[in-house]
Design a protein around this ligand. Structure first.
Ligand code: CU
Ligand code: ZN
Length: 171
């Protein structure tokens, strides 16, 4: 009897370990096509999804598509290595698409006249934990900023144009 109690208290301790250690977090350092650093994203697991705080500068002013892509590889200058949008559920592109959306789809990013943007978004349907929707896939994931706005409905990428900045999401 004593042995069983000991064993079960061990399991309890292990189960509560992630909470004791605090919520899972991640970081992405974004660079442009010339390899120059343009900013950072900080990610944190929350009950509503993964919160993402992006702080970037030296980008062209205007509205830009902004997504989580399915491969954690940012090879300049075109960043095609980052693959398509993170889409573990096999949906179509776009927050406004009835057949959407990709888990990695997010609202457009507005860069101010000084070339800066600072936003905080909560990305629902992804996690920093385990499973198919985890941003820590074996092949990794990456944050990508595009040259043009995302129209939020055209599959597969919202007509957002060239990839102008990329950062691999890392623990
Ligand atoms: Cu993208
Ligand atoms: Zn998409």
């Amino acid at each position: 009897m004593k042995k069983i109690m000991l064993a079960s208290s061990c399991v309890l301790m292990l189960a509560s370990l992630p909470f004791a250690m605090g919520a899972a977090t991640a970081t992405a350092n974004l660079a442009n096509g010339k390899g120059e650093k343009v900013g950072t994203a900080k990610l944190k697991e929350t009950p509503k999804g993964v919160s993402l705080t992006l702080d970037v500068s030296n980008l062209p002013p205007g509205v830009h598509g902004f997504h989580i892509h399915a491969v954690g590889k940012c090879e300049a200058p075109d960043f095609k290595s980052a693959g398509g949008h993170f889409n573990p559920e096999g949906k179509k592109h776009g927050l406004e698409n009835p057949e959407g959306h990709h888990a990695g789809d997010m609202q457009n990013l507005t860069v101010d006249a000084q070339g800066k943007a600072k936003v905080k978004v909560v990305v629902q349907g992804v996690t920093l934990g385990d499973g198919a929707n985890s941003l820590f896939q074996p092949q990794g994931t990456a944050i990508v900023i595009h040259a043009d706005p995302d129209d939020m409905k055209t599959d597969p990428a919202g007509n957002a144009g060239a990839r102008i900045a990329c950062g691999v999401i890392t623990k």
